[in-house]
Design a binder for this molecule. Structure first.
Ligand SMILES: *Cc1c(COP(=O)(O)O)cnc(C)c1O
Length: 339
């Protein structure tokens, strides 16, 4: 198996310059509370509103002319699809994006606006993935995988280069974790530069496929359910090639959060740092405020994306109740309700 290296990440930085931007690193208001430097890497400021533009651009740029001519396809919880649509447009490549019905409308519209063809299919990320595979076989398109792809991982890893150039003293990186492309790229680049840096992955506690797979010692499937962190949904693939072995080797801790904790994290991200962002972006705040991650030195949180459903966001900020499958969360005490 050909695991990407920091050399691939350095090459990716050149390939994505001009499409994905270098994002700011700002100080969080959490710093005062925990009496330690907490900084926020604002991937929300990418042109597509999420870090996934880095990996998608690197992967599409690496295609042969023949592959480019046949077009690209992907499945996505939303942000990867938008990134593929954006990068494909810039490079003059046709793109088809397969989305399950769990993907919020705001993300569907964003992808269509970029000129990509959208296919809405099934009730899970796996269903969307199966459709993408079908289009590869039927039309000879190239599948740009949302995380289990060397070039995607290397692209996401460019975040770590920027972080450690700006703050070589960082002790811990707290990274939202789903399929693991982001944390794999970050971990392999960061640990090549600074071997003792601590890498912490954070997911929701319902449907966290990578966390469950790490415990099981092999990729396993979990049921996908509605979450405030909708971008963290989806499996890691039973035939996972890269992100599972990289996470097993390089991720130091994985922490799981309740929906109520993510809700509180979203309120803090907005209330303390005035950032409008997705639930997936608020898991760092949630992990610190819940005490599930101990702060041991200067820490960076990756604020991964801003493509939030505004109605849901407004409800969270107002402290109103939000229903996610069989769980209801609100600004007051947690109310757990059976279906
Ligand atoms: C995709 C995504 C993640 C998780 O990235 P993985 O590479 O799948 O682990 C986190 N936050 C946002 C906003 C995303 O779009």
């Amino acid at each position: 198996m050909n695991i990407p290296t920091v050399a691939d990440v350095l090459a990716a930085r050149k390939a994505i310059a001009g499409t994905a931007r270098r994002t700011p690193l700002i100080t969080s208001a959490l710093s005062e509370q925990v009496e330690q430097d907490i900084c926020l890497k604002l991937e929300t400021l990418q042109p597509t509103g999420a870090f996934k533009l880095r990996g998608a651009t690197n992967a599409i740029a690496a295609l042969s002319d023949e592959q480019k001519a046949n077009g690209v396809v992907c499945c996505s919880t939303g942000n990867h699809g938008r990134a593929v649509a954006f990068a494909a447009k810039q490079l003059g490549v046709r793109a088809t994006v397969c989305l399950s019905k769990l993907v919020p409308m705001v993300k569907v519209k964003g992808i269509e606006a970029l000129g990509a063809e959208v296919v809405r299919i099934g009730d899970s990320q796996d269903d969307a993935g199966a459709e993408a595979e079908r289009l590869v076989k039927e039309k000879g398109m190239t599948n740009i995988h949302p995380f289990d792809d060397r070039n995607v991982i290397a692209g996401q890893g460019t975040i770590a280069l920027e972080l450690l150039e700006e703050r070589p003293d960082l002790d811990t990186l707290i990274v939202p974790l789903s399929g693991g492309g982001l944390i794999s790229g970050i971990a392999l680049a960061a640990k090549a530069i600074k071997p003792d840096i601590r890498i912490v992955g954070v997911s929701m506690d319902r449907g966290a496929a990578m966390a469950a797979s790490l415990v099981a010692g092999k990729p396993i499937e979990v049921e996908e359910v509605a979450s405030l962190a909708d971008s963290l949904g989806g499996g890691i693939g039973l035939h996972n090639r890269y992100t599972f072995p990289i996470c097993r080797e390089l991720v130091d801790e994985v922490r799981l959060l309740t929906e109520q904790e993510i809700y509180t994290g979203m309120q803090a991200l907005y209330g303390m740092d005035q950032l409008v962002a997705e639930g997936a972006s608020a898991v760092g705040h949630a992990a610190i405020l819940s005490g599930k991650v101990q702060i041991t030195g200067p820490t960076a949180l990756i604020i991964t994306g801003r493509n939030v459903d505004m109605q849901q966001f407004s409800a969270v900020i107002a402290g109103d109740a939000v229903k996610l499958g069989d769980v209801i969360v609100s600004g007051k005490d947690k109310v757990a309700v059976d279906a």
